[in-house]
Design a protein around this ligand. Structure first.
Ligand SMILES: Cc1cc2nc3c(=O)[nH]c(=O)nc-3n(C[C@H](O)[C@H](O)[C@H](O)COP(=O)(O)O)c2cc1C
Length: 217
């Protein structure tokens, strides 16, 4: 099959696009309202987009509380969603008024951040403390503005639970980092597959192995 997203002519019960662009990491975004209420919501239009400075982004479909808070206060935290907390992640996405804290709604404990004011999710094994850099209203190829707001933040501090570090590496398989797939689906990291990058010496052997594999097919 083939379809054009702008025409939404896939003929399926639901758009398959988010199931294709999957798994998507979840930024579990905490922020403070101007009144100091701790807001928490998951965003799977979320990723790291730069190393130096360390930049992350999440994208909000319509201007949601997280965007308003971050623009008002200039700070947010991305806690790491894990499989053990899938129901807390889900409930924290409820459309509740801005004066209701999703920390209270989910029963999740807050832990203080070091360099920014919004708290992190205490049970999350890692959290990124961020300072707002800019919000970009996205647009399509015709220049038409989308009701989509990409918030970019610089990571100024990183919390990691010591138990998540194994042999000097953050072990995503041990903590079962949670990701969003299509429809109502999630996935969790259960095992990792390591590959050394091709180098001058190793590339010929790697190419030869691929040729042998494809010849056998
Ligand atoms: C796993 C998951 C991922 C989500 N990702 C997004 C997203 O990328 N963008 C978005 O606008 N809403 C997303 N949502 C919905 C928001 O979490 C929901 O609208 C929430 O109420 C927003 O909270 P806020 O208004 O406090 O920011 C997601 C929901 C779930 C459960």
């Amino acid at each position: 099959m083939f379809y054009e997203p702008a025409k939404n002519d896939h003929g399926l019960p639901h758009s398959p696009l988010k199931a294709i662009i999957a798994p998507r990491p979840i930024g579990w975004i905490s922020s403070l309202s101007a009144d100091g209420i701790a807001n928490l919501a998951p965003y799977s239009f979320f990723n790291m987009i730069g190393d130096d400075p360390a930049l992350v982004m999440f994208s909000s479909t319509s201007r949601k509380d997280s965007v308003a808070n971050i623009e008002a206060t200039g700070e947010f935290v991305c806690s790491l969603a894990i499989a053990d907390l899938i129901d807390e992640v889900n409930v924290s996405s409820a459309a509740v008024p801005p004066d209701v804290s999703e920390f209270d709604l989910t029963g999740l404990a807050k832990a203080p951040s070091r360099l920014v004011k919004p708290p992190r999710v205490a049970a999350a094994p890692a959290a990124l403390e961020c300072v707002h850099v800019e919000t970009i209203q996205l647009k399509g190829r015709d220049g038409r503005k989308a009701d989509q707001y990409m918030v970019i933040g610089e990571v100024v501090g990183v919390f990691i639970d010591d138990a998540a570090i194994v042999d000097g590496r953050f072990d995503a398989a041990r903590v079962h980092s949670l990701a969003r797939c299509g429809y109502l689906d999630y996935s969790a990291i259960e095992h990792l597959m390591e590959r050394a990058r091709p180098g001058r010496a190793s590339l010929p052997g790697m190419v030869e192995a691929l040729r042998a594999k494809h010849a056998a097919e």
